[in-house]
Structures are given as C-alpha cells and as structure tokens.
Design a protein around this ligand. Sequence first.
Ligand code: HT7
Ligand code: ZN
Length: 891
Amino acid sequence: PQEVFLKDYKPTPYTFETVYLNFELGEEVTFVSSRIRVKPQCSGHVGVELQGPFHPSPLILDGSDLKLLEIKINGDKLASEAYRVTSKRLIITSPPPGAFDLEVRTEIEPQNNTALEGLYKSSGNFCTQCEAEGFRKITYYLDRPDVMAVFTVHIVADKKQYPVLLSNGNLVAEGDLEDGKHFCTWEDPFKKPCYLFALVAGDLACTEDSFVTKSGRQVTLRIWVQEHNKTKTGHAMQSLKAAMKWDEDVFGLEYDLDLFNIVAVDDFNMGAMENKSLNIFNSRLILASPETATDADYTSIEGVVAHEYFHNWTGNRVTCRDWFQLSLKEGLTVFRDQEFSCDMNCRPVARIGDVLFLRMSQFPEDASPMSHPVRPASYIKMDNFYTVTVYEKGAEVVRMYKTLFGKEGFRKGMDLYFRRHDGQAVTCDDFLAAMRDANDGNMGNFARWYSQAGTPELTVATSYDEKAKTLTLRCSQHVPPTAGQPLKEPAFIPFAVGLLGKDGNDIPLHAVYDGSKLLDLGGKDVFTAVLRVEEKEHVFTFTGIPERPIPSLLRDFSAPVRLFHDLTDEDLVFLLAHDSDAFNRWEAAQTLAKKLMLDLVKKQQKGEELVMHDGFVNAIGSVLTDKSLDKALIARTVTMPSQTELADLMDVADPDAIHFVQRFVIRQLALRLRAQLMEVYVSNQSDEPYVPDHPSKARRSLKNAALGYLSYLNEPEITAMAKEAFGSAKNMTDQFAALAALARNPGEERESALDSFYKQWEKDPLVVNKWLALQAMSEIPGNVAKVRQLLVHPSFDIKNPNKVRSVVASFMACPINFHAADGSGYEFAADMVIRLDPINAQVAARLAGGFKRYRKYDEKRQALVKAQLERISAANGLSENVFEIVTKCLT
Ligand code: HT7
Ligand code: ZN
C-alpha cells in the first residue's frame, strides 16, 4: 500500500468548475454519467516542455470498483489509446489544451456495496457516504477536498420503490417518466468538494418544520426516516433549531439555503455526515422517544445534530486543503458542538464529560503506536485518521485559543477566518494566522500542537513565601517520545490558575512574575490567571498573596496535558469542598480516588489486605448529600475512575488487580453509604412525564448512580428494588439503569430481566443494540463465551456497523474480559477483525485499533496480542485499512 505524505502536497494541474451528474438507479446495476467542465489551473498547470510544443499534464482521476463504459472529451468519444485504467485511477494521457468538457459513463452495484462508502443500500434505500474518499466509488473524479465545483444532480429511479429522491442544494425540476420511473434535478449553488456530495433515494417519510434566520430567510427543515419512525424525530428537530439559533447568536453565522434535509439510515459507518444541505445520520443519532432512548441518547442527538449543522460553516463554506488538515474542520466543529452542549445543558457537567472522554480515549491513543499529531504527517488510509486525536485533542487546541484570547478575542479570530477564507480550501496554519492577526497575538510555539504528538506532562511545584507574600509555581514540562517522534520540543500550555484562601474564597490576583517579567493581572475582580507555560522550565511568582493559598491548577482543564502537582490530600479535600471552579472540584475528587485506588492496586498485587480510607468515604458521603450542588455534578463526582483510566496511569497495567480494586472501592462505598444512597435513590423518584431538560436528566443521573452503587451489594432487598424499577419504568433511562443493575450479578434475576427486555423490544433495532451491548460489556468472568453466542442471535448482523459496535467494540471496552489472561478475549476480537475485513474494512480497522494499547500490559499478554496481530496480518486479502493499523501496532 502507498503512504501519502503532507510534505508532498501539490495543487492539482486541473480544476473542475461545474459538474453534472446523472444517476439511473437500478436493482442490478446503477449507471452514473458525469459531465465535468475541466480547466487547467494557472499556477499548477505544469505543462511539460518536451522539445517543442506545450504538452498539457495528464489528467489523473481517482476511481475504484467502477466499470468504465465510455469517455468523451468535448462531445467526442475518446479512443482507447488516449487513456489508461488501473484499479485505482483513470489516466487521460493527453487532454486538450485549455478548458474542456469531460464526460464519463460508469456502472456500479450499490446493492453489493457492504463497505458502506460511495453509493450503497440501507434498508432498501439508496444513500451515499463520500467522506473521506468514497466519491471515487461513484465515478472517476479528482477526489480531494481542494477541488471545489458547482454540482447539478439528476436522479432517475422507480417511483413506487423510491418516491423520494434527494441531493444537495435546491430542487429545480421533477417529473414522471416512462416505465413507472420519475426524476428529480437538484442544483447546489455553493462550490464544494466531492466529499460533501450526497444522494438519497427511497421510501421515506418526513417531519417538517421551519426556521427564520436573523436576516429573514425562511428555511424549510425536513427530517426523513422510515414511516414508522416519524414519531421519533421531534428531539432531533428541536436540536437542529436550537443549533441554528445558537450559531447566529454566538458566531453570527446564518444558514445559507432555503432547505435543510436530514436523513436517518440504519447502516452507517460512523455517526453522521455533514453533506451540504443533506446531512445523513446513523439512525441512532436521530431517533428518540422517552420509551426507547436514554438521557445519554438525547444528549448525543442534540450534540451531533448541532455538530453536523455547524459544519455548514466550519467544513463546508471553509473546507480543508487536504485531509491532513482534517482537524481544521473537525477539531473546530467539535469545539463548537461542545460549547453548544455546555450552553444547552450544565457547563461544568458537559465539560467533565468531554475531558473524561479525552482522557479515556485520546490520552491512551497518544501514548500508543497509533499516536499521531492533530495534523498527521502521513497516512495509508485516511479513514484511519478520523481519530480522537484529530477530533477531541483538536477541539482542545481550538479551546486554547479561546482561553488565551477570551470570548471576544476568539470571536474576532473566527470573524477574520471567515472573511479571509469563505469559499476556500485552507490549512490549520490559516486558522492560527486568523486567530493571531485578529488579536495581535503572540502565538509563540503554539503551532507545535498541530505537528507534535504525545500528551505533554506538566509538573508543578508550589511554594509560599510568608515574608514576601508570594506564591511561586515551578512548572516543568516533558513531552514523551511517540511513534516516529523520539525528540520533542516544549509545548505552549495555557495554564489557568486560581488561588483559594483559608475561607475557601478565591484570592484576587494582582500581578505575577513570568520569569523576571512582571505582568499586571488586573486585581480586584480577577480570580483566574492564564499563565503561558512555554519553556521546559518556567517559573511564575504571584505577588501580594496575603496567606498561604491552596492553588487550583489547570482550571477548567485549560490544556490537554497530564498534570502532576504536590498538593496534599487535605488540599484536595479542601478544593473539593470550596473551589469556585466546578471542574476542579470534580477533579479534586478524581485525583483523590485515583491515588487511593492506585495504592490499593499495589497492595492487591502484593497480596496485602485492602483497607478502605475513612476520610475518602466521608468526602464522597458529603458530596452525595450536599443539597446545594447540581445533581448531575454530584453523580459525576461520586463516580469512581474507570478501569481504563487507572490502567493508563500505571507503568504496567494489571487488569485483574484494577478490576478487583475498583469493585472493592465501589462495594465499600455502597456498604458504608448505604443509607445515604437509599435516601438519594428514593428522594429522586418522580412521576412527572419524561422531559430531557438538564434538571430532569440530572435527577435521573443521580438516582440511577445510587442504584448502580447499591447493585454492587447484590442483596435481595436491592434486587427487589431494581426489579420494581425495571417493571414500572416509564422511560428508557430508568428502565435501562434498572436492567443494568439487575444484570450486574449473575443468576436467575439477571437472565429473566434480560429475557423480558428482549421480548419487550425485539422489534426496535436501536433498543436491541443496547441489549446486545450491555451483555457484551459485562464483567462477569468468562463472558467471551456468551458474546460468541450473541453472534448467532437473530438480532446480530455482521453487515450492520451498529450491531458490530454493540457486540464486538463493547466487549473490547471491558478490560477484565478483553484482557483475560488466557488470551480468549484477544482471540475473539481478532476473529472478528478477520471476518469483518472483507465486508467492511473501515469498521474492521476500527476494531483492530482496540489492540493499540497492548504494550501497556505484561509480557505474557503482549505476546498473546502479538500472536493475534500476526494472525490478522497473515489473513488473505487483508485490506489497506487493517494493514495500516496492524502494521503500526506491530512496529
Ligand atoms: N465528517 C464526518 C466524517 C464521516 C466519516 C469519515 C470516514 C468514514 C465515514 C464517515 N462518516 C462520517 C462526520 C463528522 O465528523 O461530522
Ligand atoms: Zn465533524
């Protein structure tokens, strides 16, 4: 396979001005005809001077799995010597000089497309997925984001089977044809790269609403689903309207067409896709009713609907020059959707969720053989780089601009970015330049966040000088070596710091020495300072600090780093009780819990008796019963660190000891706080109809966190309580929490609850997916055998990515069974990668990525994983996708 490098980027010698596509959709074959106005690019028209006259460059088009039927240039059929076809390209060796019309007719078989990229069928309907490089499976094209054209799309299909025909932009013509066929013609007035092209044809029903933009444009909003799901689109529609309003209010960005369509499909490789004015979604991120979707589903739907909508500006109007710049649109759009979710819900709770996700998935990725910078330097298959690093770390990078320049400064930077680049395909450097120029900012070495992989480690030593009334923070940073990047330069870390006095209040910050430079911080009302840690060793001294303060470090997680500090347990308990930064109150509890649990892991490894820390139980108990706190924040704070996070903090992860300790700590808390947990559970019951607003979600999260804790006790009284909750639940949040509680412990009650849940919901695939996932991620020892049985359950379908994720990815997310010492978990996962690869290489590669942290484990486990990786690598006809992941893991 061929590796592509960022350093080799060159503009194309040709641009496409207009593209006309004609689709004749059929059951056996689909014909695609294109007519493209091709123009040589002035700057890049690298004609080759071969003794004498000027020879235009060959036109090299991408294409795969296509049957070429005919090519014409300026209306004339091209002779077979004038072009060459390979498995990946169509090369027109000597195009005419100047602009010309290229017509290509191809044949494809969407009904056999199990890879779900290009044009494929889902539940009998046609749909497309072109990002990153799926358009080349539809027709020959310059399939790269810097080739932007105006598209017209004509679709012909059987009217009865496919009454709805959709594409990007505006519907400009429709009508009936012979043989029961009909057509629609769509025109998108905005230039776009082909990855934003979309087509949907099917028997779909829509809910319709409208939105009037701030400048008075009346926009029709439609959400298309299968008829029986029409009642489940209300939340997605509300989320869309909220997102449209928010983007106007916060960034002044308006929608730019009269129609916005969303289509939900069951078979989809990822979450959703932002095709211009025709977003296509995995149905799990659209469909919701109180009975079938949990609070978490409602929250994800709100966030992802917004995310795809926000792409209209950050991604579509301004797009990426090349795929290495993916974070330009994804990091920025994730940042935007995270901010939106903060505004729609409870900011600290949403921020905690985002940071937890970053730590549990991106930090491990950054320390694995798959580590790569936010702007990767090379790839074999771009699909493998839709990663938590590009998305989530990329969003943290964008957040750091806001932290540095403030809300107004960030907005100025965004405004300049759109003024400069609307309608263009640009780079992460262009974004940095817009932020810098709009703020007259000094970006120092900030650009390293884009080019350097690895999670910086920031160590802070604090010292208070009683006489001088100064507080000094000695910061030292280290960026660990990562795959292919052995030597690292210091990062630029915006380090937000507050200082708490003995009364628990913030101390006003007047001035700080940055090295020998004295910086004025403003004083009276300034309680958080953003320090710029740019050097390997960097010392800051706050002046005028009247008493020894308790420092609140890295407030709101101001940079994606691992923080090490010298705060004592008493300091952390103090911060947990008093910090005005809600994020850091939660963080203090987490730090305490991690310290305690890692100590217990050591004891467990030495065979010593485990003893629970009384002070910690009391601290958690007082948070649990603190009526002044947000309930969702309480639920988050009393939730113990995950096994994945603990593993990430160990030199050699020990899944057995971690699992044992986590259970021990949770059971101890449940035993000793039993009365409080019961009271929380009972007092947070409600008969009110389901509402997905923050107070109701927060109440349910706290109630169900209490039930979750109690279920670890495995007592008849608790089981009866969970059974009652399961039977009487009026919404999926409560029903599923009760099911999870019942399923925690092996036995009759578990089996009967699982059976009854399946019987109740067997007709609803999204609910059945939850049922599959719950069983697959169970910690019950030896669960791999049960999971193998799920593969032959009638509800499982290896061609459907949601099912594969529910069973296989969920299993791999359960450390104790995936890392079973006998290697049975690894063997199962490898079996699935090998089975899935010829069907859907993209999803198979994602599963293979689940092995990437194997070097964290003991030598025996490493050897077991290596054997499985080698087995995968030796499989016949291995895809480039899986090859890239497995090869990286093995080197
Ligand atoms: N921009 C979208 C990416 C996407 C995708 C990428 C590769 C393969 C399938 C895919 N489906 C969607 C999603 C987003 O970030 O908004
Ligand atoms: Zn996105």
